[in-house]
Design a protein around this ligand. Sequence first.
Ligand SMILES: CC(C)(COP(=O)(O)OP(=O)(O)OC[C@H]1O[C@@H](n2cnc3c(N)ncnc32)[C@H](O)[C@@H]1OP(=O)(O)O)[C@@H](O)C(=O)NCCC(=O)NCCS
Length: 171
Amino acid sequence: MNSSPFTLSGVHYRSITPDDVPAFYDVMMNAGMDGRAETWNGTTPDDLRATLFAPDCGGYLAVDRDGRAVGCVGYRPHGNHTLVLYRLATRPEARGRGVGRQLMNEAEGMANREGYGRLMLPISQFNLGVIPFYEHLGYRQVDEPYPFLKEGRPAPVVMVKEFKSHNEDSE
Ligand SMILES: CC(C)(COP(=O)(O)OP(=O)(O)OC[C@H]1O[C@@H](n2cnc3c(N)ncnc32)[C@H](O)[C@@H]1OP(=O)(O)O)[C@@H](O)C(=O)NCCC(=O)NCCS
């Protein structure tokens, strides 16, 4: 399994399996998301299972030393070049310890290894306070539609981060 060693904060990061859906869902639903963010709050465990385990999709869990899930993030490809990250959440009591950042690192590392050139994130119009967090991690807002927008739902803010090309690296 694709996983990282325990970090100094005692949290382990690993790829999800289908058995992790209840824990993933529990972290999401306890994240304190604004009640108006329908796409997030209306998600069911079955929805999660269907999107997290579709071809080329997946996610990561952050697990503490007691085996309790304290953070989650999912990913799904959009074409061959873009990997969309979604449902990033950490338990309120686990915040400010680098768990959210490390979950993003896990997903970004995988995207890089798999040859995706950029990451994309949807941000609910009711969760704009999280934008500085993503800017801090190198994402920027773009004016492009979210490819997985469901009919009738408000369009999210879209942020992206592009990997440096080999040409840029050699400059
Ligand atoms: C957003 C969230 C995942 C951050 O998780 P976290 O574990 O507290 O994040 P980290 O501790 O890894 O923070 C990494 C850095 O971002 C900063 N940061 C965290 N939240 C921030 C915010 N809302 N605005 C600006 N910076 C923020 C931290 O201070 C830290 O900075 P540092 O690198 O200088 O130390 C968490 O607050 C959460 O689950 N929120 C509710 C769900 C949510 O909004 N998810 C995003 C859906 S798009």
